[in-house]
Write a protein of this length. Structure first.
Length: 328
């Protein structure tokens, strides 16, 4: 690290009073050059604050301050103009802790806001910032089935189509399959128990991603247990709903799926079919607006890496700025 010593001119203007010379290589009031701040911020993107502090022989709080000020300037103004397709997804600040809500511009593939909390009041602040004129231009909003997201969207963007994210629907069904697996494990005799034990991965993973040996074991499990066989077959059929090119075809495919689920005699499947029926109006809209939260979910992986570098992220504002950085 290099220390610079220089003279800064001070001018006494008869009209404006005393003025300090502006320097293009340093921000007003800063104790480091812009290039040094950029270097610190660059390393903070890939290293922990402590690691960067050790590299430059600085206190970690100094490194955090430099990084935060740099990010504040970088993400000072993110435009909300021209939004037509937006998506909401929640992310935990830490496992089991409070949540943040990420808002994406899906047409331009960019993160536009990170909101504190996931309550309706939190999302409402975003819509109020957007304003009535820009809210009116929103054509579709993708989200999970979280009630506060849905309520706020209907209140501020009543004209927008709600699209329930297919990945969240499938993830919810995976939970149902796992419930059935646990139930069947408890009921099974010792030999079948041994077969079902440790099968969660096999039942939830797409068959195309299984090795030949694992697929063979999966087939043994399905042949041995009828309820697991039914729930697995319906899992594969559920994923094809979103291949329907038109609304009538989607609704017809969904009717068939729900009928099979109810006729299976498996309570968990019938309950899931009822849930799909209640949310039908946000499912067939995918045929009109084929949008999802895949980009948002990929972003969550980057945020998970951020959480591992936990020091300094007790500062919510700083954590939000870092989310913007990894999403840029």
């Amino acid at each position: 690290m290099v220390y610079l010593r220089f003279e800064q001119r001070e001018v006494n203007c008869p009209n404006c009073g005393i003025r300090i010379e502006k320097l293009d290589f340093i921000s007003p009031g800063a104790r480091a050059t812009k290039r040094f701040e950029e270097q610190v911020a660059y390393l903070c993107r890939y290293m922990t604050l402590s690691e960067v502090a050790a590299y430059f022989n600085l206190d970690w709080k100094t490194v955090k301050r430099i990084d935060k000020e740099y990010l504040l300037r970088t993400f000072e103004e993110i435009s909300l103009d021209g939004l037509t397709l937006i998506g909401f997804d929640e992310v935990a600040r830490a496992k089991g802790h409070d949540y943040l809500t990420c808002v994406f511009d899906l047409r331009n593939n960019r993160l536009i806001r990170v909101l504190q909390g996931r309550k309706e009041s939190s999302v409402a602040k975003f819509y109020r910032e957007l304003g009535p004129e820009r809210c009116q231009k929103i054509q579709a909003i993708v989200m999970d089935m979280w009630g506060p997201f849905l309520n706020a969207a209907r209140k501020y963007c009543p004209q927008a189509k709600i699209v329930f994210d297919k990945f969240h629907v499938i993830a919810n069904y995976h939970k149902v399959v796992d419930q059935i697996r646990r139930t069947e494990f408890r009921r099974a005799e010792s030999q079948e128990k041994e077969l079902i034990k440790g099968s969660r991965y096999l039942l939830l993973k797409n068959r195309s991603k299984l090795s030949e040996a694992k697929e063979e074991r999966l087939l043994d499990i399905l042949a041995a247990n009828e309820n697991l066989n039914i729930s697995y077959a319906l899992k594969e059929q559920l994923q094809t709903l979103w291949d329907s090119p038109t609304v009538p075809q989607f609704n017809n495919a969904m009717d068939q799926w729900c009928q099979l689920a109810r006729e299976s005699g498996i309570p968990q499947l019938a309950k899931f079919a009822d849930s799909l029926e209640r949310h039908r109006s946000g499912l067939w809209t995918y045929c009109l607006y084929p949008i999802n939260t895949a980009r948002l979910e990929a972003n969550n992986a980057n945020i998970a890496l951020l959480r591992r570098r936990a020091k300094g992220f007790r500062d919510t504002e700083y954590f939000i700025l870092k989310i913007h950085q990894v999403s840029a």
